[in-house]
Design a protein around this ligand. Structure first.
Ligand SMILES: O=C(O)C(=O)C[C@]1(C(=O)O)C=C[C@@H](O)C=C1
Length: 302
């Protein structure tokens, strides 16, 4: 390093200390923000307290993440070149740029242990590397033969072909890296929420096995769907996510009297997302999970 470097002069040392203090302050404030959201978002796997109330509380916390991530993605236009097979943006790599970036992200995150967590489901599960982190174990709550349910291919299709064009403006600003990072985080949050249906289903099954077992044995999808559906709960979820779209998506002004009445995303789009895709797919996961819930178990002799 040249003689004017930070470490070799006293002013440099001061500068270095200042940078360290600033970093410490930034880390502390991030920590406070994380703690605030962590109360709601905390994984139930930390406490192993699974009840219908507690899993619903987790779903409520996950709504916040989804709404924030919708707002973030809506800052960019569609940037369709990311998703279009005909643009060879990565020479020598078939597929779209978003597929390439998503796979690379999952490879890195798998090494950090993301998919050891039963709340996480990969979009590209083939050939993921093992975790380099060995010291993290999770309590086993799900029935293992049923825990592999994965509807990420449907979530992918719905997100890119139906939902995204409603959320963002048309156009291309060339910000492909930031846009794809935003897509990946949003898709991961949606996937986590939808696959949480496995936990909901397990709780419901444990609370009333005598009601579920005959339907599972009869492979009666419709009856299972009816049994696990709570229309009033769904209506409440839709109203709440729309309100979150309004509250989190406000434009904040220092002038209290100034209200534009505009939001960063259309709040009704959030409830539409939940009504048309998030809740139906969560219920599909619940049914698929339940259909496998007795696999590997001995049939009870009455
Ligand atoms: O809360 C439940 O009981 C769930 O199964 C979750 C959920 C949802 O996706 O929000 C799905 C189905 C029910 O009809 C109500 C809500």
């Amino acid at each position: 390093m040249a003689s004017g470097g930070l470490v070799s002069s006293s002013s440099g040392t001061m500068g270095c200390s200042l940078v360290l203090i600033m970093l410490a302050v930034m880390a502390f404030s991030r920590c406070i923000i994380c703690m605030a959201t962590a109360v709601e978002e905390r994984s139930l796997l930390e406490t192993a307290e699974f009840t219908l109330d507690s899993v619903r509380q987790s779903l409520t916390g996950q709504e916040d993440t989804i709404v924030y991530r919708l707002i973030e993605r809506a800052k960019f236009p569609l940037n369709s070149r990311l998703y279009d097979q005909k643009y060879e943006l990565v020479p020598g790599s078939p597929g779209t740029l978003i597929q390439f970036l998503f796979k690379q992200t999952e490879i890195v995150q798998a090494k950090a242990g993301r998919y050891l967590n039963p709340e996480e489901t990969p979009f590209f599960p083939e050939n993921l590397p093992p975790s380099v982190i060995q010291d993290r174990t999770y309590p086993v709550f799900l029935h293992l033969p049923a825990a592999s349910v994965n509807v990420n291919n449907i979530i992918w299709d719905v997100y890119f072909n139906k939902f995204l064009p409603l959320l963002v403006k048309p156009g291309d600003d060339g910000n492909y890296a930031a846009t794809s990072a935003s897509d990946i985080e949003l898709l991961q949050a949606l996937s986590r929420r939808i696959h949480y249906g496995k936990f909901v289903a397990e709780v419901k099954y444990r609370e009333a096995p005598h009601e579920y077992e005959p339907l599972i044995r009869a492979k009666d999808r419709n009856a299972l769907m009816n049994l696990l559906t709570f229309k009033k709960q769904e209506e409440m979820v839709m109203r709440r996510v729309e309100k979150k779209g309004m509250v989190f998506g406000q434009y904040v002004s220092l002038n209290d009297t100034e209200s534009t009445g505009k939001y960063k995303i259309d709040p009704s789009l959030v409830s539409q997302l939940y009504e048309k895709w998030v809740m139906p797919l969560t219920k599909d996961v619940e049914v698929e999970y339940l259909l496998k819930r007795l696999d590997g178990e001995q049939k009870q002799v009455p």
